[in-house]
Design a protein around this ligand. Structure first.
Ligand code: PLP
Length: 411
């Protein structure tokens, strides 16, 4: 069987035309002719399936080590289809720092349809997680646990194997959003997950030019239920978009290698910067590398976040970036920067945000494939602008703090 990088490029080739085209065609047809009235053709109507989507669905199933893949018009459409397999009265345990759109879909949409949602920190105390899944005698065990492999924007690493072991004790399904990690760095199904979801908008497509979602499962029963949701709710991905995701996937490993190398260098630069209070990037130092290994990750990905020191205005940093674009989203070839408290997580009340660690000073970076020196210089000059904008007393506090750090280093 072909190895991972070869799979990325070729997928599972289908020889369905004699043109010699090296890429699978974009079948621009909503309907497919029946050979005769009573025949059961492979394709009939493009919502139910079409060859371009089929190629991508097989490709992602192969990469995620699953049985079957499904392509949707967005990551949230994929999540909607997966969560719609549950019944009113079912309880779902969800990570307390999942993507805002997923959080709101669960809490503002699915609770109206009778799902019960319990939120818990899946990356922290696993006993608490177990109590939440089991229901602790107060309520029936959860039907599923839903979390992201690496959380956003604080980059906490969830332990898929351990969470899956706990969930399966109570018969709960394990649904993992693998957007930040991709199958290049981890296949959650191998670690016990039952369903993997992607916002393919991010790393898989990788060029900020398409909105798409993917689902992979390894169980025959789930396969049928998710196919029903895909075909009957109808949030399918159109053939041209399927092709854009397929093409993006071909370069996933190359992009991710550079993004990780750049992200690590930037994290190390920021760690030493006098205006920076903390840096969140998994895999830093020996402890970090150990954590990744233990949790079954082959790398930390290309997103990081950092906090500027109290008194420093993070919006001055962001407004002065030139190479980084000030934008939400992530996982593309170009570097992006944003302020979670005001740009992506503003729906969360401030108190809730602070509880999960999203402070007003937190800046999130999605690192692209540019020359890392350009990215570091860009951050450096923007942080200089923020320093110049400080009132004198804050400058003095930061200078004094920095001097004492330097003298500590010398001593
Ligand atoms: C962006 C994102 C989503 C939502 O995907 P869309 O393609 O925007 O619908 C879900 N989960 C994570 C982790 C994301 O980053």
């Amino acid at each position: 069987m072909a190895r991972f990088n070869t799979q990325l490029v070729h997928g599972l080739p289908v020889d369905d035309n004699d043109t010699g085209a090296v890429n699978p065609p974009i079948y621009n047809s909503s309907t497919y002719a029946f050979p005769s009235v009573d025949s059961v053709p492979r394709w009939d109507y493009a919502r139910s399936g079409n060859p371009t989507r089929d190629f991508l669905e097989h490709q992602i199933a192969q990469l995620e080590h699953g049985r079957r893949g499904f392509a949707f018009s967005s990551g949230l459409a994929a999540i909607h289809a997966v969560l719609s397999i549950f019944q009113p009265g079912d309880r779902i345990v969800a990570g307390d720092n999942v993507y805002g759109g997923s959080y709101s879909q669960l809490n503002d949409h699915f609770t109206r349809w009778g799902l019960e949602v319990t939120t818990v920190n899946t990356a922290g105390d696993l006993d608490r997680l177990e109590r939440a899944i089991s229901g602790n005698g107060d309520t029936a065990p959860a039907k599923a646990v839903y979390f992201e492999t690496i959380t956003n924007p604080l980059l906490q690493v969830n332990d898929v194997s351990r969470i899956a072991a706990i969930a399966h004790k109570y018969g709960a399904l394990v649904i993992v959003d693998n957007t930040f990690v991709t199958p290049y760095l981890q296949q959650p199904l191998d670690l016990g997950a039952d369903v993997v979801i992607h916002s393919a908008t991010k790393y898989l497509a990788g060029h900020s030019d398409v909105i798409a979602g993917l689902v992979v499962t390894s169980s025959e029963d789930l396969e049928g239920r998710i196919y029903f949701a895909q075909n009957r709710l109808g949030g399918i991905l159109a053939p041209a978009e399927c092709d854009a995701v397929r093409r993006g996937i071909q370069t996933l490993a190359l992009r991710m290698d550079r993004q990780q190398k750049n992200a690590k260098a930037i994290a190390q630069y920021l760690l030493k910067h006098p205006l920076v209070a903390s840096v969140h990037y998994p895999g830093l130092g020996e402890d970090g590398e150990h954590e990744l290994t233990v949790k079954g990750l082959r790398g930390a990905g290309g997103v990081l976040s950092f906090e500027v020191k109290e008194g420093v205005d993070p919006s001055v940093v962001l407004d002065n970036l030139h190479v980084f674009r000030l934008a939400v989203s992530l996982g593309a070839v170009e570097s992006l920067a944003e302020l979670p408290a005001r740009m992506t997580h503003f729906e969360l009340p401030r108190e809730e945000r602070l509880k999960v660690g999203i402070t007003d000073e937190l800046i999130r970076l999605s690192i692209g494939i540019e020359d890392v020196d350009d990215l570091v210089e860009d951050l450096g000059q923007a942080l200089d602008k923020a320093y110049e904008a400080l009132p004198l007393d804050v400058k003095q506090t930061i200078d004094a703090d920095n001097d004492s750090q330097i003298s500590k280093l010398i001593a």
